[in-house]
Write a protein that binds this ligand. Structure first.
Ligand SMILES: [Zn+2]
Length: 272
């Protein structure tokens, strides 16, 4: 069932749980993630990030996500992840995405507020929700983070009208181990003066116990998770190929993989 980002995250905020924002690269993983969510009876956010969009055009992704979302009974959000281009957000909204993340985190606070507000106006007119980012979430072996300032977060939330806010509290993108603690004091300071759902990018790098605890106890309503599922996909693919060296048909190979992706994802969803 297709759902908007705002509806799914408001329910998560009210009932104190967190939803997985799963990084999709194509048909097989989207379908497996939706099946896993259906099996666990939880909502899920399917996300198309910059790498995915460089590979597959937005209208194609939207059509695939819609088909997958309509095939299950749990709420499925069709979400554009990390767009720095307002025209791209517009194209995603026109194609049927139900959530867009406008990433103005590299801009000055004033510019970030101005551009994010523009996306919010455009998206809300179409019934689409917007995630913004305040502070900067860095990248493993790349740009370093700038922690979110609670006062800036409060101003950003009020002035833009975003439906969800990605914050930087120790989380880092593309981490291949889960050993980086989130700063719970900074999180409390942000929660104390804002009332919108919070998003943690780089969810793969957060220790699983802390991820689960803060999902239940804080205003964190969405964890973006990519790396740990992509690692599992790569591992499983190598195994399937090694066990079946004679196989060459892509659909046959990926079909064998899909059950494994579903079970890995179910385990992840249970642990949030
Ligand atoms: Zn991110």
């Amino acid at each position: 069932m297709i759902a908007s980002l705002g509806d799914v995250l408001q329910d998560a905020l009210k009932n104190r749980y967190a939803v997985a924002g799963l990084v999709c690269l194509g048909w097989e993983d989207m379908r497996a993630y939706a099946r896993a969510a259906e099996a666990e009876g939880v909502p899920v956010i399917l996300q198309a990030g910059p790498g995915c969009r460089a590979h597959t055009p937005i209208p194609v992704l939207a059509a695939m996500m819609r088909s997958v979302a309509e095939s299950v009974s749990v709420p499925v959000v069709m979400h554009l992840d990390h767009s720095r281009d307002i025209d791209e957000c517009r194209a995603a909204i026109a194609a049927g995405f139900t959530g867009v993340m406008y990433d103005g985190s590299r801009l000055s606070l004033g510019e970030n507020i101005r551009k994010t507000s523009e996306v919010v106006r455009m998206a809300h007119e179409a019934g689409v929700s917007v995630e913004g980012e305040i502070g900067f979430v860095g990248y493993a072996a790349g740009e370093s983070s700038a922690g979110t300032d609670p006062q800036e977060a409060q101003r950003f939330a009020v002035q833009t009208g975003v439906d969800a806010m990605a914050i930087s509290i120790g989380n880092v993108h593309l981490q291949t181990d889960s050993e980086t603690d989130l700063d719970e004091n900074l999180l409390s300071d942000i929660e104390a003066i804002t009332n919108i759902p919070l998003v943690i990018h780089g969810g793969s790098g957060v220790p699983k116990a802390q991820r689960a605890k803060l999902g239940r106890e804080s205003a964190i309503c969405k964890y973006n998770i990519g790396t740990e599922l992509r690692q599992a996909f790569g591992r499983d693919l190598r195994q399937v190929l090694a066990v079946n060296p004679e196989k060459f048909d892509r659909v046959e190979i990926l079909s064998e993989l899909e059950e494994r992706i579903v079970s890995t994802t179910r385990e992840l969803l249970r642990g949030l």
